[in-house]
Ligand binder design. Structure first.
Ligand code: PBG
Length: 328
């Protein structure tokens, strides 16, 4: 019997394929994470992330200018804090004259139209390398004392000009806590993008190299989620919605495409996904070896994340992918 149904008819030419294409990437989909470091006029490439740099504050302005030209207008800055400024309470995180908040304010001054999502978690500033406060005796990560620190951090970021606060710490109740602190201080217009389902993943390795922020002791499994769990992501989603999150995020993206879809099917909030450092590194490494076509795998991966249900994607590929999309 010859086939009567022939799906290949919808694939027979480039124009028809374009006409029936279900998902399209644009530069507006991307949020570009950028690493900031102390000093002047320097860029240091991160060894495990070819093509990604730590920028001094002056240089990050050039980088953002180039991205804006390419249509990328949302950025997630992360600070590489000098070891001597780290302490158990992450006090440097609220310093408006410190590297991070000064740079955030500077970027907003130079590019008032860009959207900046700042990261709320203690790890870049903590001498323990954890996202919350560590009990010095038991080593336990203390939830409620951490909320106090995270709330003050979010407030300082709002004062510096953040458009979106991105709590990546996974402490219970932090979205409600941060929302209240922002509202009580006149920042009801500042959004919260919650890292809703953030898994305890091995794919964060290169990021921790970039910021020298790996935990000094233990791991993050008592606050980040178990990669084996799906229903727990929906529980976190329900809590973040109830606590007032404006957008929700799944992280990492690639090993969690099922979670992205699941969350998308259960919420009316915009869903974002974080295509993390290890996912970036894998493609770059394979491409450098000539084992895969770097550009095509990059675009396929980004497309898959959007198809899974992400409305926006945090990705280190943002600039490169925007250049490919511009070229057409
Ligand atoms: C920490 C934080 C991490 C990332 C973003 N914020 C690492 C971690 O939880 O240890 C990882 C991002 C990436 O790997 O690209 N609050």
């Amino acid at each position: 019997m010859l086939p009567t149904h022939r799906p290949r008819r919808n694939r027979k030419s480039a124009v028809i394929r374009d006409m029936v294409q279900e998902t399209r990437l644009t530069a507006h989909d991307f949020i570009y994470p950028v690493f900031i470091t102390e000093g002047h006029n320097q860029t240091e490439e991160i060894k495990s992330m070819p093509g990604i740099f730590r920028f001094t504050a002056d240089r990050v302005i050039d980088e953002i200018g180039q991205c804006v030209e390419l249509g990328v207008k949302a950025f997630a800055p992360f600070p590489n804090i000098n070891e001597v400024l780290k302490d158990p309470m992450a006090r440097e995180s609220t310093n408006l004259e410190g590297l991070y908040l000064k740079t955030v304010a500077d970027i907003k001054r130079q590019f008032p139209e860009v959207v900046l999502m700042t990261d709320v978690a203690m790890d870049p500033y903590s001498s323990d390398g954890h996202d919350g406060v560590v009990d010095p005796d038991s080593g336990e990560i203390l939830n409620d004392p951490s909320l106090e620190v995270l709330g003050q951090m979010a407030l300082a970021q709002a004062r510096a000009g953040a458009d979106i606060i991105g709590p990546s710490d996974m402490m219970d109740g932090r979205v409600a806590w941060i929302r209240r602190v922002l509202d009580e201080n006149g920042f009801s217009h500042v959004s919260i993008m919650s890292y809703t389902a953030k898994y305890a993943s091995a794919f964060y390795g290169p990021f921790r190299d970039a910021l020298s922020s790996a935990p000094k002791k233990g791991d993050k499994k008592s606050y980040q989620m178990n990669p084996a769990n799906r229903l727990e992501a929906l529980r976190e989603l329900a809590l973040d919605e109830a606590e007032g999150a404006d957008m929700v995020m799944i992280k990492p993206a690639l090993s969690y495409l099922d979670i992205i879809r699941e969350v998308k099917n259960h919420t009316h909030l915009p869903v974002t996904a974080y295509n993390v450092s290890g996912e970036y590194a894998m493609i770059k490494a394979a491409a450098q070896n000539g084992w895969v076509d770097g550009e095509r795998t990059m675009m396929e991966v980004l497309m898959s994340i959007k198809r899974a249900g992400a409305d926006a994607i945090l990705t280190y590929f943002a600039k490169e992918a925007a250049a490919v999309l511009r070229r057409g």
